[in-house]
Design a protein around this ligand. Structure first.
Ligand SMILES: [Ca+2]
Ligand SMILES: [Ca+2]
Length: 197
């Protein structure tokens, strides 16, 4: 029976000193761009070959211990998304980077968001962030800088409708929960000890 009490105390101490294995929590950050006009019901910001913006997860409660997964979704219109060597100035290719000074992490390429008549149509592209860039978010106060860049000669324009960053994180343990759990187990251990007396 002493063994049992010993085990309970060890378990309580272990729980006191390590994070409780909590389930994942989700986060979501929306940037709804506007300011340049409205197209087919969506307010947009008009980009000219290059821009950047920040997704900031801010202060979550409970706080973030680390990010498990995240997906960036960008709603855009007007991207021709093609390269024609004989007409380089008519070409247009928008690239998405997660920027972490001084390195651009390539996230992907925006898809074609024009119809066959070259009229803009809204389209959303999603990019799963890899562990490399998640780690860099952790070093930057849970912020992600997104760079959008058209890599062809000449000016090209893009309607930026909205950007969403969604995913799951492991929360930091809450001290109150740990103390409650720990003292509860210690109490159980003490109870077992008394009953045997
Ligand atoms: Ca918008
Ligand atoms: Ca261009």
């Amino acid at each position: 029976m002493k063994k049992l009490r010993f085990l309970l105390v060890v378990l309580a101490l272990f729980l006191l000193s390590s994070p409780v294995s909590a389930s994942l929590l989700s986060f979501y950050d929306l940037i709804d761009f506007a300011g340049s006009g409205t197209y087919q019901g969506e307010d947009y910001l008009l980009l000219n070959d290059y821009t950047f913006y920040w997704h900031d997860l801010g202060y979550l409660d409970p706080g973030i211990a680390y990010i498990n997964d995240a997906t960036l979704s960008i709603k855009h219109a007007g991207n021709k998304n093609f390269w024609d060597p004989s007409h380089p100035f008519k070409s247009e290719i928008w690239i998405v980077f997660g920027y972490n000074n001084p390195i651009n992490n390539f996230l992907g390429r925006l898809g074609r968001s024009v119809d066959q008549n070259m009229n803009p149509i809204w389209r959303t592209d999603s990019f799963v962030l890899d562990n490399d860039i998640l780690g860099k978010m952790e070093n930057r106060d849970w912020r992600l800088r997104v760079n959008l860049l058209d890599v062809t000669p000449g000016d090209d324009y893009l309607f930026l409708g909205k950007s969403e960053l969604a995913g799951n994180y492991s929360p930091v343990p809450e001290p109150g929960t740990l103390i409650l759990l720990g003292s509860g187990l210690l109490g159980l251990g003490a109870l077992g000890f008394r009953r045997r007396k």
